[in-house]
Design a protein around this ligand. Structure first.
Ligand SMILES: Cc1cc2nc3c(=O)[nH]c(=O)nc-3n(C[C@H](O)[C@H](O)[C@H](O)COP(=O)(O)OP(=O)(O)OC[C@H]3O[C@@H](n4cnc5c(N)ncnc54)[C@H](O)[C@@H]3O)c2cc1C
Length: 311
C-alpha cells in the first residue's frame, strides 16, 4: 500500500504530505526527509488525525525545528508540525498577584514574551530570544539569562495517540536543566500550556527584551543557520569555554563548523549535511572528553537514520 493510501484519512482539514524535506523546517537548514508530514488545521483536526495512524507509527512533533537535526537518511515516520497550527494565546484570570497566560504549542516563544509584557507581566523577557515554539520550550525546558520555562508552568494540555486530551501539572513531569520527562506511561505531546508571571511594567519588560536581544546578537552567530547551544553547560562551567580551550573554534567537517563567534554553536557554513553536523558534534565531544575529562551532554535532539534513503 502506498504511503498516501495508508496515511490519508478522509476529511482532514490540515496539510498532509509525503517525503517532506525537513531541512525546510529545521533551523540548521540541513538533513533528511520525513516519510509523512502533517500540519493540522487546528487541535480538533490533530485529534482526528492521530488515531488514524497505524499502530507503531513513529511520531515526531516539531515546532520551529530550532533544536533539532534529522539525519540524512530521514525520519521513517510521521512529523506533526505545530507551528502555525496549534495557535492561540490568551490572558487567563490572574493567579493571585500573578499574570496568567495560556498559549498553544505552535505559538512562537517570542510572541509569548511580548504578550506577557503587554498584559502587565514580568519575567518572560528571556523568551523573546528563544527562536522556537512554546511546545518546544515545554519539551526542552528552554531557558536563558536566569529564566526557565517550567518555572512558570501552571498546567499543560497534552494529547495522546488516540487523540485524547489530558490536563497535566508540573508534578506529572520530571523537570531539570534542559530536561523534561513525563511520569505517566505512554506517549503524549504538548498542545498548550498555561503560565504565570509576576506583575511588572510593560515599558521595563520591553526594554529588557531589547537589551537581551542586543546581547545575543553580539555573542551569537545569528547570520548562519544554527541550532543554538549544541551542548548543555556542565555544572559550574560553560561548554563554550571548554570547547574553545581545546582549540576547536573553527573546526570544520564538510559544511559544518564550530562557530568562531560562540564555540557552543555549530553553524551550517554552506551546504552542510546532517552527517557533517553530527561529525562535528562527535569530534567536539570526544576531544573535550579526552583533553579535559568532561563528558559534554548534547542539548540538541538528533533523530532519523544516517545515510541515503530519505535524504
Ligand atoms: C539562535 C538560537 C538561539 C537559541 N537560544 C536558546 C536559549 O537561549 N535557550 C534555550 O533553551 N534554547 C535555545 N535555543 C534552542 C531552541 O530554540 C529551544 O530549545 C526551543 O525551545 C525549541 O523549540 P522548537 O519549537 O524549535 O522545538 P523543535 O526544535 O521543533 O523540537 C525540539 C524538541 O522538542 C520536541 N517537541 C517540539 N514540540 C513539541 C510538542 N508540542 N510536544 C512534545 N514535544 C515537542 C521535538 O520533538 C524535539 O525533540 C536556541 C536556538 C537557536 C537557533
Amino acid at each position: 500500500m502506498s504511503d498516501a493510501a495508508r496515511l490519508s484519512p478522509p476529511a482532514l482539514r490540515g496539510t498532509l504530505c509525503f517525503d517532506e524535506p525537513m531541512a525546510k523546517h529545521v533551523s540548521w537548514r540541513a538533513g533528511g526527509r520525513a516519510r509523512a508530514f502533517f500540519q493540522p488545521a487546528d487541535l480538533a483536526d490533530l485529534q482526528a488525525f492521530l488515531p488514524t495512524l497505524p499502530a507503531g507509527e513513529p511520531v515526531l512533533f516539531v515546532g520551529l525545528g530550532s533544536n533539532l537535526l534529522v539525519r540524512d537518511g530521514g525520519f521513517d515516520g510521521t512529523v506533526v508540525f505545530t507551528h502555525r497550527a496549534l495557535t492561540g494565546i490568551r490572558e487567563e484570570p490572574p493567579l493571585g498577584p500573578r499574570v496568567g497566560v495560556s498559549a498553544g504549542a505552535g505559538v512562537p516563544s517570542p510572541h509569548v514574551a511580548r504578550f506577557v509584557a503587554r498584559h502587565g507581566g514580568a519575567g518572560a523577557e528571556w523568551l523573546a530570544g528563544v527562536p522556537g515554539t512554546i511546545g518546544g520550550a515545554l519539551a526542552m525546558n528552554a531557558g536563558c539569562y536566569g529564566g526557565e520555562t517550567w518555572n512558570h508552568v501552571v498546567s499543560v494540555r497534552t494529547i495522546d495517540r488516540r487523540g485524547a486530551l489530558h490536563e497535566r501539572g508540573p508534578a506529572d513531569f520530571e523537570v531539570g536543566y534542559r530536561h523534561v520527562r513525563a511520569l505517566a506511561p505512554g506517549e503524549e505531546w504538548f498542545v498548550s500550556g498555561t503560565f504565570a508571571f509576576e506583575p511588572g511594567d510593560e515599558a521595563a519588560a520591553m526594554a529588557r527584551m531589547k537589551a537581551l536581544l542586543v546581547k545575543r546578537i553580539a555573542a551569537q552567530p545569528l547570520d548562519r543557520p544554527n541550532a543554538g547551544s549544541v551542548f548543555r553547560n556542565p555544572p559550574g562551567d560553560h561548554a563554550a569555554r571548554l570547547i574553545e580551550s581545546c582549540g576547536l573554534k573553527g573546526f570544520t567537517v564538510g559544511g559544518a563548523q564550530v562557530s568562531g563567534k560562540h564555540s557552543n554553536f555549530i553553524v551550517n557554513a554552506g551546504g552542510a549535511r546532517a552527517a557533517d553536523i553530527e561529525a562535528v558534534i562527535d569530534h567536539v565531544q570526544a576531544t573535550v572528553k579526552a583533553r579535559t575529562g568532561v563528558a559534554l551532554v548534547r542539548e540538541v535532539r538528533i533523530v532519523g537514520s544516517a545515510g541515503g534513503g530519505r535524504g
